[in-house]
Design a protein around this ligand. Structure first.
Ligand code: ATP
Ligand code: MG
Length: 334
């Protein structure tokens, strides 16, 4: 048994739905990278999840995006020697277990999912968008993951994963580890710069300029997006009245610099919002520039991406197929 196998296991991933943004970095990727030595790590590029809204999928884009995300994972600090990085669709056990778990999931549970409600608004929703939590449960349960490091918006999905596992256990017997979410205290829900009432997201970033800070944005674009960020009708930072837009800028500054709220307020209190925005833009550009340097060097040797995915598919597949086999035996399929 290797050292890694004795550590608690984590599984997480990002859907291949668009270019990653600073919310994905702060809420998920930076946490994964920082904690790599504490866990036995499995991180997937969730390409099957990208099909849930097929109107947004263009095959060539999806293929390119998957490679972009692998390179960004590494550029953000995931080390392929310490973390298994793999593409979800390379391990067919995900889709097979998703079917089995879907059959053990009451429709009423799926109807309560807030992400389904918000993403199905105004579109003719696919069955895949509706049953997506069963696939996500399969993603997590296949790896017997103890922890799932995610942003705050995914809390409900980890909860339904536990519920689905328990229902499966009740019906067929124990097979899965019950996972817990790992969610950071501050920075787990970065809001849209253009609308601080909605979470910053890849899908909205593709539709609206100035919504997100993209990890591959130019310094000029980042400056423009941050300077245009929605604040409130005031003009100076008043620690007694912090609106959602201003709070979002404070959280961005704090998580990117390590400043406490107290130190941040002391730095900016009584100053105009312009000063806060300029500093947020500056620290964001600094972080993104560092990530982009790593990204470019990985892309220069693009075959490295193929090697990472080939080895990830093998290592992830070994673990996933063992669990799938146990689930199939429990149900009588084997
Ligand atoms: P999509 O619009 O396709 O849902 P997304 O930006 O919400 O894109 P996901 O792939 O759904 O990204 O989520 C990847 C990870 O990033 C998850 O752990 C999620 O909780 C986290 N995350 C997403 N958005 C934010 C955010 N604004 N702040 C903090 N964490 C986030
Ligand atoms: Mg999302």
């Amino acid at each position: 048994m290797t050292d890694a196998a004795r550590r608690p296991r984590v599984l997480s991933g990002i859907a291949a739905t668009g270019t990653l943004h600073i919310g994905n970095y702060i809420g998920a990727l930076s946490v994964w990278a920082k904690e790599q030595d504490a866990y036995d790590n499995y991180f997937m590029i969730a390409d099957l999840h990208a099909l849930t809204i097929p109107e947004n999928v263009y095959a060539d884009d999806l293929r390119a995006r998957i490679r972009e995300i692998v390179a960004l994972y590494v550029a953000c600090g995931l080390d392929p020697q310490r973390s298994v990085i793999f593409r979800q669709s390379d391990v067919s056990a995900h889709a097979t277990l998703a079917w089995i778990l879907g059959c053990a999931t009451p429709v009423g549970w799926l109807e309560r999912m807030t992400q389904y409600k918000s993403k199905s608004e105004g579109v003719s929703a696919s069955a895949g968008l509706f049953t997506y939590p069963a696939l996500q449960a399969a993603d997590i349960l296949l790896y017997q993951a103890e922890y799932v490091p995610v942003g705050d918006d995914q809390r409900q999905h980890v909860e339904i994963t536990r519920d689905i596992a328990q229902r499966f256990h009740h019906l067929f017997g124990d097979v899965f580890t019950l996972p817990q979410p790992l969610i950071r205290d501050s920075g787990a829900r970065i809001m849209g710069l253009d609308d601080p009432s909605v979470k910053m997201s890849k899908s909205l970033a593709g539709l609206r300029d100035g919504h997100a800070i993209g990890l591959l944005d130019s310094p000029k674009t980042i400056h423009r997006s941050v300077m245009r960020a929605v604040t409130d009708s005031g003009s100076q930072l008043d620690p007694e009245h912090i609106s959602p837009g201003v709070k979002n800028l404070l959280v961005l500054f704090e998580t990117l610099t390590g400043f406490s709220r107290e130190a941040t307020l002391a730095k900016f209190a009584g100053q105009g919002y312009g000063a806060l925005k300029r500093e947020v833009a500056e620290v964001a550009v600094e972080k993104v520039t560092e990530i982009q340097a790593g990204y470019r060097s990985i892309r220069e040797e693009d075959t490295a991406i193929d090697r990472i995915l080939a080895s990830g598919a093998q290592l992830a597949g070994d673990v996933a197929n063992t669990t799938l086999d146990a689930a199939m035996r429990a149900t009588g399929l084997r």
